[in-house]
Design a binder for this molecule. Structure first.
Ligand code: FE
Ligand code: CA
Length: 548
């Protein structure tokens, strides 16, 4: 029991970390609920420096027989006083039952200020239910703001690896944030060099903008064709359609040690894109023709369920095929992250969902009632943006907002370009509110870019937001690398374009945003270096990025 740790040794440890006992002191009597997963937990208060929360008994192992923590640990959605913690018990991650007994279990979770868990500040037991494939989701509450913690899970003799996570600054605090954003990690298309770099980068936060898994069936391994490793032990995975398929797909991806390391290094904010369900799906329309709404509804329900089980996100479980994932995460007074979903509520792609078609866009695309965020989410986003007093408003979205057009031709109807009225409504709201501090971060297209997001066109166009498009972690680019200069020449609102793999690092304080585009030269090989290709800065009073 941690209350027994004597005050002197605790003070000595905290002094070594440069922390005062007053700042981290705790009470044994904390007894609030651990959150959305229905766990029970206790957290330290701030009054009594003499005592710690009671650490419950480690729940018994019913005979698991091998290390159940093969999928690592993760954390996310930090608040000033809480963070979501995640793990899943699966000694055989690719087996339908994960290699687990068919019963509901409990695990112990612990949050400490030290790696040896001598100073546990919040702890409890949380459910690992059978109907959730023994995924564990805990909202660890009662933490101190702006603080780093270690966390772990235990059952019987088994203990997970130690994860590192942190809380957000207190409301109103002017504290910088050093975060990375990333998207699109097709497991077979390349190695996770970029995740290793993320894990080693001492970030406060990682924002993941979707395509965590790809739903496709296994492809034959052939590095010459850009397929570098098997998907699953036998490389015979079907296209995901059932809950079992999607669960196994997340388990296969988490088999990569660099991905696990990135999760264990910092809290994440996660949203999905299309491939967590089906390429380019829209609402209840599958990519493929001839799939009934009934069939696709069941598939989307399975996919959303598996995503929710697998991610450290703070939200109630999906109700059938529906799950609202849009939310706002505040980082003191410096940044508000508005995370949105551009798949679940959108109208079907216009003009046959053509890509790289150089004929003028068809009239359908201009329809005023073509939703992209859906009316309710759009209203929440606009209300949040216009009410925000943060130095920066960050829209964490999936698809590219800057136009990718040639004359009247739209090159990709799946992007914001395919929903011009929805885009105009959002940008008008930002403009009318006089906001100059909006940064849109995007993924999906597997190339990196910097853009000026403009309202109006031609001579009347004016920039109302800055867009940073992050490239893919590993998914292959749709465009040859040597077209980069052509893109920036043809599209004057695009200042940077690069078709290599990587991620984007952002160092943000209240006066300046610095974005570094990290790239991997050869991502078809393991153990490759990651370097900065370009650096841009943005100021909150003037949308548009300039080279640093
Ligand atoms: Fe992708
Ligand atoms: Ca995508």
């Amino acid at each position: 029991m941690i209350c027994a740790v004597d005050a002197t040794s605790r003070r000595r440890f905290l002094a070594a970390l440069g922390l005062s006992t007053a700042a981290t002191a705790a009470a044994c009597s904390g007894d609030d609920d651990g959150g959305s997963a229905g766990s029970t937990g206790s957290a330290a208060g701030t009054e009594d420096a003499q005592s710690r929360p009671d650490v419950p008994e480690v729940p018994p192992d019913p005979g698991i027989g091998a290390d159940p923590f093969t999928l690592g640990v993760a954390s996310g959605d930090p608040l000033p006083d809480a963070v979501m913690l995640w793990t899943r018990l699966a000694p055989e991650p690719e087996a339908p039952d994960g290699g687990m007994p068919a019963e509901d279990l409990q695990v112990l979770w612990e949050v400490a200020t030290d790696d040896d868990f001598e100073d546990v500040v919040a702890t409890g037991t949380g459910p690992a239910p059978l109907d959730r494939a023994h995924a564990v989701r805990v909202d660890a509450e009662g933490l101190e703001p702006s603080s780093w913690y270690s966390y772990r899970f235990r059952i019987g003799e088994w203990t997970s690896q130690v994860g590192r996570t942190r809380t957000a600054p207190p409301a109103g605090a002017d504290e910088p944030v050093d975060f990375g954003f990333a998207s699109c990690q097709s497991f077979q298309s390349g190695w996770y060099n970029a995740w290793r770099d993320v894990a080693e980068s001492d970030l406060d936060l990682v924002v993941f903008l979707g395509d965590y898994i790809y739903e496709n069936a296994s492809q034959p391994v052939d590095p010459a064709e850009g397929v570098v490793r098997p998907l699953g032990a036998d490389n015979d995975e079907p296209e995901c359609t059932t809950l079992e398929d999607y669960r196994r797909r997340y388990a296969i991806y988490r088999g990569d040690e660099n991905l696990r390391a990135a999760h264990a290094a910092a809290p994440w904010l996660v949203v999905w894109d299309d491939h967590e369900v089906d390429n380019n799906y829209a609402d209840l329309s599958s990519e493929k023709d001839g799939v009934s709404a009934e069939e696709f509804t069941a598939r989307r329900a399975a996919a959303y369920r598996a995503w929710w089980e697998s991610m450290p996100v703070r939200m109630p479980p999906p109700e059938g095929p529906d799950l609202e994932i849009d939310r706002t995460v505040d980082w003191g007074s410096v940044a508000s992250f508005f995370l949105v979903d551009t798949r679940q509520f959108r109208a079907d792609q216009a003009c046959g969902d053509a890509t790289f078609d150089l004929s003028p866009a068809c009239d359908e695309v201009k329809g005023a009632d073509r939703q992209f965020l859906g009316t309710a989410q759009e209203a929440r986003l606009i209300g949040g943006l216009t009410g925000s007093r943060a130095a920066w408003n960050v829209i964490g979205n999936q698809t590219v907002m800057s136009p990718l057009v040639v004359g009247d031709a739209i090159l990709n109807y799946d992007q914001w370009d395919g929903y011009p009225e929805a885009r105009r409504r959002l940008l008008s709201a930002i403009d009318e509110a006089g906001l100059t501090n909006t940064v849109v971060i995007s993924g999906d297209i597997h190339v990196a870019g910097v853009g000026e997001v403009q309202l109006g066109d031609g001579a009347g166009a004016r920039t109302v937001a800055t867009e940073l498009v992050g490239t893919s972690i590993s998914s292959d680019a749709p465009i040859p690398e040597d077209l980069s200069s052509l893109v920036t020449e043809l599209l004057p609102w695009i200042q940077y374009f690069d078709a290599r793999r990587g991620w984007t690092r952002c160092r943000v304080d209240s006066g300046e945003w610095t974005a570094e585009f990290r790239v991997v030269d050869d991502n078809l090989a393991e153990g490759q270096p990651v370097s900065t290709d370009a650096t841009f800065t943005i100021r909150p009073d003037s949308p548009g990025a300039v080279p640093a």
